[in-house]
Each structure stands twice: as structure tokens, then as C-alpha cells.
Design a protein around this ligand. Structure first.
Ligand SMILES: *[C@@H]1O[C@H](CO)[C@@H](O)[C@H](O)[C@H]1NC(C)=O
Ligand SMILES: *[C@@H]1O[C@H](CO)[C@@H](O)[C@H](O)[C@H]1NC(C)=O
Ligand SMILES: *[C@@H]1O[C@H](CO)[C@@H](O)[C@H](O)[C@H]1NC(C)=O
Ligand SMILES: *[C@@H]1O[C@H](CO)[C@@H](O)[C@H](O)[C@H]1NC(C)=O
Ligand SMILES: *[C@@H]1O[C@H](CO)[C@@H](O)[C@H](O)[C@H]1NC(C)=O
Ligand SMILES: *[C@@H]1O[C@H](CO)[C@@H](O)[C@H](O)[C@H]1NC(C)=O
Ligand SMILES: *[C@@H]1O[C@H](CO)[C@@H](O)[C@H](O)[C@H]1NC(C)=O
Length: 435
């Protein structure tokens, strides 16, 4: 099969990245403190307003002497198999599309309030009129009819963090033009949910598993953390593995929870931590943990007797500018970037590199030949959409008089619905139908 260097950004740009990277690396020690305090509390974006309460129960970093990740330039050496013979769906640009979204806040009733930008009063609408345009082929619009017919008698699960939920909501909204799913299950916090589409005997699930590996998270219902997370790198999260055999299709991904303060275990023994000042445990970097967990996740899937059609999604970038989520960062752009207007951030570059390397490594194993496992490489197309996040419109009418005294919180990580994440489904559909 033909392969393509998947990140066809020019050499020139790479060397530019390298220079920036070197500078970044020097500044990193300084940036690290801010950065940590950002992600240590990342879960607070997850559930609802109260969930933004700052995590003040963990002591702030004393001094952090080492960056969490080893500092060689992530290379784009990993080849990716083409989705079909002539087209890499993940290389392209966003082009104007006057047809606009296929649903709105008034036709889809299930949009989570923090992503319901229209309802919350976002004034600009240009961000709705773009479509993803792969360089070498036409990407058709998602067809709910075709999708649901393919899914007759099937079960489809999205496994991961709140970005997975964001993705599922988009899919639900798109499908609702054809058939409305009935919610048949939700957990206490509405993090894991399941819908049934009776006409097509189709089951759609989202399974909350932000690490994919087995973790103990000490958070109360408001998302306030009371102790450092414990993560078992050699054990997977039973919440998804025990259901895995019932899934015919799976989208799965790791994500930003790996940046939080965490103690790592292997064989039930502490092997290190990420950001645990005062604990006398060796900092091993989130990349160490992320690689192990991605590796065992892929191993589990490829060696499972259930041959689920699996999309392995790459990291999703945020677009906080001039600060992080808790230091005044915001995202108020109203249109996409062009390819040369933006570089991937350090963390996303590290994560994506691990994802691609582990995917490549598992793809070479024999057990991977038994099933269809695809890299769902949405990182770059998402990186080009700084305009697609709720920003301040994660809350209802943030500038209304009655909210004058409330602190305005920006969300530059999740995506407005409708919004650019709808295109993920167009790409997913195309992958399903060209294989
Ligand atoms: C949808 O958003 C508009 C503003 O764009 C608002 O006027 C309308 O009430 C919203 N509809 C629903 C059902 O939330
Ligand atoms: C779905 O299941 C029903 C009942 O088992 C069966 O009659 C039907 O042929 C199945 N359809 C497809 C597309 O598999
Ligand atoms: C629904 O699909 C399942 C397989 O997932 C099948 O066992 C069952 O018979 C189907 N039910 C109907 C009513 O088609
Ligand atoms: C926010 O979370 C709390 C606790 O989990 C829950 O009681 C409340 O209903 C939630 N509010 C919304 C708007 O989801
Ligand atoms: C830190 O851990 C090392 C090795 O386990 C131990 O020798 C040392 O006494 C510990 N230091 C403190 C302050 O607990
Ligand atoms: C975005 O916000 C910044 C800071 O508040 C402001 O200077 C800038 O003009 C805003 N840009 C847009 C497009 O609204
Ligand atoms: C990841 O998995 C591959 C094969 O599946 C294995 O060869 C490699 O050693 C693993 N890497 C790590 C860091 O565990």
C-alpha cells in the first residue's frame, strides 16, 4: 500500500518550528509553572459551571526544575496508510461553505449547554460557514440515512474524555435529522451515556474514561480535586474494557487528563509521577505514562476476540491565546487559520508523536491484521479552527446585566455545536465508506 509522510508541512516550516522549539525549551522552565497550574485543574472544564471551582486543595508547585518531557524535536517520521488510494483526508484546508450547518440549536435538542454557542448568545456566525476540504479529494457531507443503514443491528462506542462527548453530541445532532436516539442509559454525572435508535436497532454509546488506563480520581461532584490522581499504567480502565466485546465500532482517544498531577503505578508499585512536588517521587513526565497507556490500549484492542472497527483519534488542540484557561487566556477569533498561520503547540506535538508512533508500531503486529484499525488524525484540521470554540459563550449570555459580577470563564478546548467538530463526522463517514 502507498504511504505518505503525513505531515506535509514544508521543511522550512519544520526548521522554523525547531528554532521556536529551542527558544521554547529555554523558556520552558518558566512557563512550566503556569502551564501546570493550568492542566492540573483541567477537569474543571468537564461537567458544568460549578465544576470550574479552582482546585485549591493541591499545593502549588514549589520549584520545578525539569520539564516534563524529554526535549528532542518531534519528527514526523511516521507514515500513515492512505485512507483510500489517492487521498489523505487529513491534509487540506477549510473553504467557505454557504450551505452552513445541518442542524441548529432549535432543531437539535440535546446540545450540552456549555457548547450551545448559538443559544448562549455568540454574536458572530461566520464560523458556521466552512467545510473541510481535503487536498486531493471531495469530502461528501455526512449522510445520516447512509450511516444509519450501515449501523443497522450494530453498536458504536466513543471512548475517552469530554471531547469524545462533544463529538458524540455532534453525531447525535446530525443523526437527529433522520432518527432521534432515545437515551437508554446515563451515569450519575451524565459522563457515560447510551442512546438507542429503534428504527435501525442501533446503539450509540459514549464511555467516560479520560485516561483509558485504570485510575483513581479524587474529585467530588463539582469536579474539585481533593487528592492527587493515581494511575495504573499496566491496567486498563475496566469501565470500557468490560463492555468492549459488545461494540462493533469504536472511536477511542487519550487526551489532556495526562497533564494533570498524577502518581503512576506499575505492578501496583509507584514508578514515578507527573507534577507531584513534595512527594519525593521521581518526575517521569506525562509522555512516559501516555506512551504506555496508548500502547496497552492498542494492544488490548488488537488482541481482543471482538474485532471492533476502531478509529484511534489523535490529540485535539486548544486555542487559548494570551494566557491559559485560568490565567485570562481567550479565543475570540472569528475565522479559520491558513496552514502556515499556526504551529502545533508543544504538548499536542508530543502527544501526537506518541500516538502516531504507537499506532505505527501496533500496525506492524500480526494481531492488528485481524481487524480494521484506523488513525483518525483530526489534530491538524482542528488546529486550523481557533474560531470554533465556545470561548466566553460557554455560559448563557455572559455579558448580560445580571451576569456582570460573575467571573467569565473561557472554553477554548471544546467545540461549539454546530461547529467545526461536525466535520469530524464527515471524515469518519468517508473512512467508513471507503474501506
Ligand atoms: C437558539 O438560539 C437563538 C439565538 O441564536 C435563540 O434566540 C433561540 O431562543 C435559541 N433556541 C433554542 C431552542 O434554544
Ligand atoms: C438485523 O437483525 C434482524 C433480526 O436479527 C435481521 O432480521 C436482519 O436481517 C438484520 N439486518 C442486518 C442488516 O443485519
Ligand atoms: C438488533 O441487533 C442485534 C445484534 O446487535 C440482534 O441480535 C437483534 O436480533 C436485533 N434486533 C432486532 C429487533 O432486529
Ligand atoms: C452541575 O453538577 C451538579 C453536581 O454534579 C449537578 O447537581 C447539577 O445539576 C449540574 N448542573 C447542570 C446545569 O448540569
Ligand atoms: C526520598 O526517597 C528516597 C528513596 O526512596 C529516600 O532514600 C529518602 O530518604 C526520601 N526522602 C525523604 C525526605 O523522604
Ligand atoms: C479579542 O479580544 C481582545 C482582548 O479583549 C481584543 O483586543 C480583540 O480586539 C478581540 N478580537 C476580536 C476579533 O474580537
Ligand atoms: C509498545 O508496543 C509494541 C508492540 O505492540 C512494543 O514492541 C513496544 O515495546 C511497546 N512500547 C512500550 C513503551 O511499551
Amino acid at each position: 500500500m502507498k504511504a505518505l509522510n503525513n505531515n506535509n508541512v514544508s521543511k522550512k516550516q519544520l526548521s522554523l518550528v525547531f528554532v521556536k522549539f529551542a527558544v521554547c525549551f529555554l523558556l520552558f522552565g518558566l512557563a512550566y509553572r503556569l502551564f501546570l497550574s493550568n492542566f492540573q485543574q483541567f477537569s474543571q472544564i468537564e461537567v458544568n459551571d460549578t465544576a470550574f471551582v479552582p482546585d485549591n486543595t493541591l499545593s502549588p508547585p514549589a520549584t520545578v526544575s525539569q520539564p516534563p518531557v524529554t526535549g528532542d524535536l518531534p519528527e514526523n517520521v511516521v507514515d500513515r496508510t492512505l485512507q483510500n488510494e489517492k487521498c489523505d483526508l487529513f491534509i487540506g484546508d477549510w473553504v467557505p461553505d454557504p450551505s452552513g450547518p445541518v442542524y441548529t440549536n432549535s432543531t437539535c435538542y440535546t446540545i450540552e449547554s456549555h457548547q450551545n454557542c448559538m443559544k448562549n448568545g455568540r454574536p458572530d456566525t461566520d464560523y458556521l460557514y466552512w467545510r473541510w476540504n481535503p487536498r486531493d479529494c471531495e469530502l461528501p457531507r455526512f449522510s445520516p440515512k447512509k450511516f444509519l443503514n450501515l449501523m443497522r443491528n450494530k453498536s458504536f462506542a466513543f471512548i475517552g474524555d469530554s471531547i469524545m462527548r462533544n463529538h458524540v453530541q455532534s453525531l447525535l445532532c446530525i443523526l437527529s435529522q433522520e432518527e432521534q436516539g432515545d437515551e437508554v442509559y446515563h451515569d450519575k454525572q451524565f459522563k457515560s451515556r447510551r442512546w438507542y435508535f429503534p428504527t435501525h436497532n442501533f446503539t450509540l454509546s459514549v464511555v467516560w474514561s479520560p485516561f483509558l488506563a485504570k485510575s483513581t480520581i479524587f474529585e467530588d461532584d463539582d469536579g474539585v480535586s481533593t487528592d492527587i490522581i493515581q494511575l495504573h499504567l499496566d491496567k486498563l480502565d475496566d469501565d470500557w474494557t468490560r463492555q468492549f466485546d459488545s461494540f462493533d465500532y469504536v472511536v477511542i482517544a487519550g487526551g489532556k487528563w495526562y497533564l494533570k498531577s498524577t502518581i503512576y503505578y506499575e505492578n501496583d508499585k509507584i514508578v514515578g509521577c507527573h507534577y507531584c512536588p513534595g512527594k519525593n517521587i521521581t518526575e517521569v513526565g506525562f509522555d512516559y505514562a501516555y506512551r504506555k497507556a496508548m500502547n496497552s490500549t492498542m494492544k488490548f484492542i488488537t488482541s481482543s476476540k471482538n474485532k471492533a472497527y476502531t478509529f484511534f483519534r489523535t490529540t485535539t488542540p486548544d486555542h487559548f491565546e494570551n494566557g491559559e484557561w485560568n490565567t485570562g487566556g481567550y479565543c475570540n477569533r472569528t475565522g479559520p487559520f491558513k496552514q502556515d498561520e499556526v504551529d502545533i503547540g508543544y504538548v499536542d506535538e508530543v502527544m501526537r508523536k506518541i500516538e502516531l508512533e504507537e499506532f505505527e508500531s501496533i500496525s506492524r503486529t500480526e494481531s492488528a491484521d485481524r481487524l480494521t484499525m484506523k488513525l483518525f488524525d483530526t489534530t491538524f484540521l482542528s488546529l486550523l479552527r481557533p474560531d470554533g470554540h465556545p470561548g466566553v459563550y460557554r455560559q448563557y449570555q455572559p455579558f448580560a446585566k445580571e451576569n456582570m459580577n460573575k467571573k467569565i470563564q473561557n472554553d477554548c478546548l471544546h467545540w461549539c455545536l454546530p461547529g467545526p467538530i461536525d466535520s469530524w463526522n464527515d471524515v469518519m463517514m468517508e473512512m467508513l465508506f471507503t474501506s
